[in-house]
Design a protein around this ligand. Structure first.
Ligand code: SAM
Length: 382
């Protein structure tokens, strides 16, 4: 059974079928949508109860077997993503379409794409070797149609030539696995070391940030990465409580710094601080623009980029890059065709960001904050 079939059959999935037509300028004859032409199932499956920022309340994994625990991550807006990407053609009529999943994670979106687009190839990248191992095992049934690389997405050009891909997917942020496995240090619910590195060969950890950044710097990253309104107070409390070693201790310090009235309606007062630290540790915002630009370089004419972001800081960057790449040059007047050389190399597939349907959000709280943006490469090469 394919992933999309499982989604449709799962608890919550049956009642969640939505038809969502997408604009398509190209036809890929090997694309066979299960809901009929121009329509797709909107994805939704059950999962453990999730809180804000995707932090689960499932504490069943013990420290000893956590790393070996099954990598479970429900792909967000899977049907929307597959419909968008599957419409892109191969780089040439002799080739099969080549897709890049720039954030492979558990391989959920990748599996759906490989199942749906007959004969396509998929190259999966992840900076986390645990994710790569899990996805590689899950996708082994596709043989040489799938390959994976331990490469950060701002270096897509190391694995594909410019102008050769049919589509690139970015599903940003952490996977459920990161949050579920306490030893990775992302969770404010389950005690673990202050780590938060997606790539464990990187040198900077959350422990370094929490215990060595000065108060001003800490407050600045809480504001920039998570719009934390109590950034100054939290940064002060962290500095005063040093040394801080574990995630639960950090969560206590953060909670203690937030005024009581603001705690009343906030079930997860440490969520924003954990998000901000994770983004800092992994330079997530800094890598995003170069990653998107190099992904657009990699697209063949008609190739598509789809990006799922989960908070305003990410979405601002995605929106800015896609807008910039699709903007007609400044010398153009709306009543005249654009002068040669200033046509954009991307066109937006829809305006604004798309969000997940209510039914999907009801069974996958991670989908609640998702925003999907997408573009298609024009024939312009500069
Ligand atoms: C939300 S998960 C992807 C889940 C995946 N779409 C699925 O269906 O299973 C995001 C993944 O991107 C990876 N990641 C984040 N930033 C990255 C970067 N700059 N380069 C490569 N991988 C990155 C993370 O390690 C994580 O495994």
């Amino acid at each position: 059974m394919t992933l999309l079939q499982q989604i449709a059959k799962s608890p919550g999935g049956l009642g969640t079928i939505q038809l969502r037509p997408f604009p398509s300028t190209t036809n890929n004859s090997s694309f066979r949508p299960s809901g009929g032409p121009g329509a797709f199932l909107s994805a939704a499956v059950s999962q453990p109860e999730n809180g804000a920022d995707g932090q689960t309340t499932d504490t069943s994994a013990s420290a000893g077997n956590e790393e070996a625990a099954k990598f479970s991550h429900i792909p967000v807006m899977a049907a929307d993503i597959i419909e968008l990407l599957a419409a892109a053609p191969a780089a040439s009529s002799d080739d099969v379409p080549v897709f890049v999943d720039a954030t492979l994670g558990g391989g959920g979106h990748a599996e759906a794409l490989l199942d749906t687009v007959e004969h396509c190839r998929l190259i999966g990248l992840d900076r986390d070797e645990t994710a790569l191992a899990a996805a590689t095992s899950r996708l082994s049934r596709f043989g040489d149609r799938f390959e994976s690389h331990h490469v950060r997405f701002d270096r897509i050009d190391e694995v594909v030539e410019p102008g050769t891909t049919a589509g690139v997917l970015f599903d940003l942020g952490v996977s459920s696995h990161h949050l579920d496995v306490a030893a990775r240090g992302f969770s404010f619910r389950n005690d673990g070391p202050l780590d938060m590195r997606m790539d464990r060969s990187d040198s900077l950890s959350a422990h370094d940030v929490v215990n060595t950044y000065d108060q001003k710097h800490l407050a600045a990253i809480l504001r920039r990465n998570a719009d934390e309104r109590f950034a100054g107070r939290i940064a002060g409390a962290i500095v005063a409580a040093r040394p801080i070693d574990g995630t639960i201790r950090l969560a206590e310090v953060v909670t203690g710094a937030i005024p009581a009235p603001a705690l009343r309606n906030n079930r997860q007062p440490a969520a924003r601080t954990f998000q901000a630290l994770r983004i800092e540790v992994n330079s997530e915002l800094d890598l995003l623009e170069p990653g998107l630009r190099v992904a657009i370089d990699s697209l063949a004419t008609g190739g598509r980029i789809a990006v799922l972001s989960y908070h305003s800081g990410e979405d601002r960057i995605v929106k800015g890059v896609l807008r910039d790449e699709s903007r007609v040059g400044p010398a153009t007047r709306p009543d005249l065709p654009p002068p040669t050389g200033v046509e954009p190399r991307l066109r937006l597939l829809f305006s604004g960001g798309r969000t997940a349907g209510e039914a999907e959000v009801a069974v996958n709280s991670r989908a609640a904050s998702a925003r999907l943006r997408a573009g298609e490469r024009t024939g312009v090469t500069t």
